[in-house]
Design a protein around this ligand. Sequence first.
Ligand SMILES: NC(=O)c1ccc[n+]([C@@H]2O[C@H](COP(=O)([O-])OP(=O)(O)OC[C@H]3O[C@@H](n4cnc5c(N)ncnc54)[C@H](OP(=O)(O)O)[C@@H]3O)[C@@H](O)[C@H]2O)c1
Length: 240
Amino acid sequence: MAEPRGKGKHVVVTGASSGIGRALARAWGREGATVWMGARSAKALDEAAREVERAGGQGHALPLDVTDRASVARFAAEVGRAAPGVDVLVNNAGVGHWGPMAETDVETWDRVLATDLTGPFLVTKALLPLMRKRTGARHLVNVVSVAGKQAHAGGSTYSASKFGLKGWTEAVALELAEEGIRVLAVCPGYVNTDLVGGAAEAERMIQPDDLARLLVDWTFLPASVHVDEITVWPWEMYTE
Ligand SMILES: NC(=O)c1ccc[n+]([C@@H]2O[C@H](COP(=O)([O-])OP(=O)(O)OC[C@H]3O[C@@H](n4cnc5c(N)ncnc54)[C@H](OP(=O)(O)O)[C@@H]3O)[C@@H](O)[C@H]2O)c1
């Protein structure tokens, strides 16, 4: 039998306690990878790590609040103590907010920007030294959103963070290409997670496991090609 593709790889997933991040950690587990998983909800994160183990990988649950510099530093130090480096980093942790700009308070604005925009900056900076320790293929994925490419009334705060993340990703992709690290901005439409909580529409949305499979496969593209952006639509909602 062939070796699992992720054997020997060390993968970091932020926001791995639920939704897309949890599905992604499982998908990497199926590939036999070691997955370093960060989020605030300890119990859910532990359960998610056990799912990784059941899938065939190694799951390590570590506390992480991407809005807290000290927490990010502790997370990076923990990974660095136990792992030989990081091959794949997925900045997935995020929060949403929907509501008119005029009714959005500054605390909400600060929380969304701190999580969805400053969070990936802090985490990437903290983990880059560990990515530099590895010599093989290295990949950085930033989970943006279609809201990082198209604005809608009621989505100003979320779009401010995700347009920012998209722009940041494009610049960083060019910087890190110099050292052989490939960077992806993935921009999904509605995904069936707690973030959108759309029970009635859930079946019509992108399913987290399908998105996760796509993101793992991106990592294994032939070395001669580079895909730097993927927009993923729920097919049944594509024309709406
Ligand atoms: N669902 C969609 O339709 C959709 C579409 C496009 C893009 N996205 C993006 O996909 C990403 C994942 O969202 P999801 O849909 O999977 O939602 P979700 O199920 O609510 O998951 C969000 C994850 O982010 C973590 N998180 C939130 N704040 C955090 C913080 N301060 N520090 C560390 N972790 C934090 C949460 O864990 P804790 O609460 O345990 O910390 C959770 O694991 C987000 O960046 C979101 O913007 C979602």
